[in-house]
Design a protein around this ligand. Structure first.
Ligand code: HEM
Length: 368
């Protein structure tokens, strides 16, 4: 079932009886799971164990990664992010027409590899550029087996790069994030190198598609609302809030996925143990009981309580980095995308098979 209202989405995000682990699904079949694990070991491994440490425990992934995602750490990245954005988006100053989905796609990937200190990945950035979206697509419960095969291959390639990086940092520690995560892992009793690598693969996947789609959908919204675009140009102090409104108005996330671990009573009905529950982040952001006149795009809107980055114990680890990047990308568009730029809605394309994300695949913009 799917829930769309703000209160239900918020409460199920972090509900004690709702798990993110597909092992709890009613359709779970141990024989089939063993077959799947054999065919897609990296993919299934990351899904099923999910680096969870007991149902109540803080996930190992958060223990390993959270210290590096604190706001103060991310603030130090501001100049780097600005530099990456300026370089990757530079073409916009010269071309007549560009696909802005394609243009922006390298930004989150380069930023994350710089954050991790992964020179190995930036050298082979094409590999990561293709691998991260393929991997993310494979986590999607409705994709066919051949997409899962591609995702497994992607995970293997990403793992290979990360394994080499981990090996290098073990031998010669640096000040980068891979070295820091290894140091944290050494202080946790049962954390293995494999856990570190799995956490890093998930991190790369979680931080790239979401940011790319947010930035792409943002252009669509802004070109469709020229008056708000101009308001932002005139007052850059609104950019931070505009990022959150862009996320609400054209959410990159369709659904978060949960599984009921027990019968759960909700609005007079019973959600049966083992049911798949889809939480519509988009719906929550358009709930008029919380966000009045949701169809109005308003960069000055009060967005307290926004669920765009989730809620509770699984709240987005990369929230500060995401807001920084989308803000910088938006700033670049405000500087370089002329008011005369136009978007032909009939040429926008989407990938309808992506259950979790609103995957816009091309956004051709006539720049001048
Ligand atoms: C605008 C971009 C982004 C959006 C909209 C977004 C959204 C979200 C949401 C809604 C969740 C909660 C998932 C759930 O409860 O099932 C989440 C989790 C997560 N996000 Fe993001 N995210 C973004 C960018 C990033 C970035 C840049 C990173 C890291 C580099 C990141 C890393 C993560 C991780 C690791 C989790 C899982 C946390 C956990 O399981 O404890 N995200 N994100």
């Amino acid at each position: 079932m799917a829930v769309h209202g703000y209160e239900a989405v918020r409460s199920f995000c972090d509900h004690p009886q709702m798990s993110r682990n597909p092992l709890h699904a009613a359709t779970y079949d141990a024989d089939r799971a063993a077959e799947r694990l054999e065919r897609w070991p990296l993919l299934e491994g990351s899904l099923t164990s999910g680096l969870e440490r007991g149902e109540e425990g803080l996930s190992l992934m958060r223990e390993l990664l959270a210290p590096d995602f604190r706001p103060a750490m991310i603030r130090k990245m501001a100049a780097t992010v600005q530099d990456v954005v300026a370089k990757v988006l530079a073409l916009i100053q010269f071309e007549r027409e560009l696909d802005l989905v394609r243009l922006v796609r390298e930004v989150p990937l380069i930023v994350i590899t710089k954050l991790l200190g992964l020179d190995e990945a930036t050298e082979d950035s094409e590999l990561f550029l293709n691998a991260a979206p393929d991997y993310f697509r494979g986590i999607n419960p409705i994709v066919p087996d051949d997409a899962r095969d591609r995702a497994e291959l992607a995970a293997r390639r990403m793992t290979g790069v990360l394994e080499r990086a981990v090996e290098n940092r073990r031998a010669r520690p640096r000040t980068d994030m891979v070295s820091q995560v290894l140091e944290i892992a050494d202080g946790i009793d049962d954390a293995t190198t494999e856990d570190v690598i799995r956490a890093l693969v998930i991190l790369v996947a979680a931080g790239t598609d979401t940011t790319r789609l947010t930035s792409s959908l943002a252009v669509k919204t802004l070109l469709n609302h020229p008056e708000e675009f101009e308001r932002l140009r005139a007052d850059r102090s609104l950019v931070k809030n505009a990022v959150m409104e862009l996320l609400r108005y054209e959410s990159p996330t369709k659904f978060l996925v949960r599984i009921a671990m027990d019968d759960v009573e909700w609005e007079g009905q019973t959600i049966r143990k083992g049911s798949l529950v889809l939480l519509s982040i988009f719906g929550a952001g358009w709930d008029p009981r919380v966000f009045a006149e949701p169809e109005r795009f308003d960069v000055r809107r009060d967005l307290k309580g926004s669920l765009s980055f989730g809620f509770g114990s699984g709240y987005c680890l990369g929230v500060h980095l995401a807001r920084l990047q989308v803000g910088e990308i938006l700033g670049f568009y405000l500087d370089h995308l002329p008011s005369t730029a136009t978007l032909d809605p009939s040429r926008i394309t989407w990938d309808p098979m992506n259950l979790m994300l609103r995957e816009v695949t091309s956004l051709p913009v006539r720049i001048r």
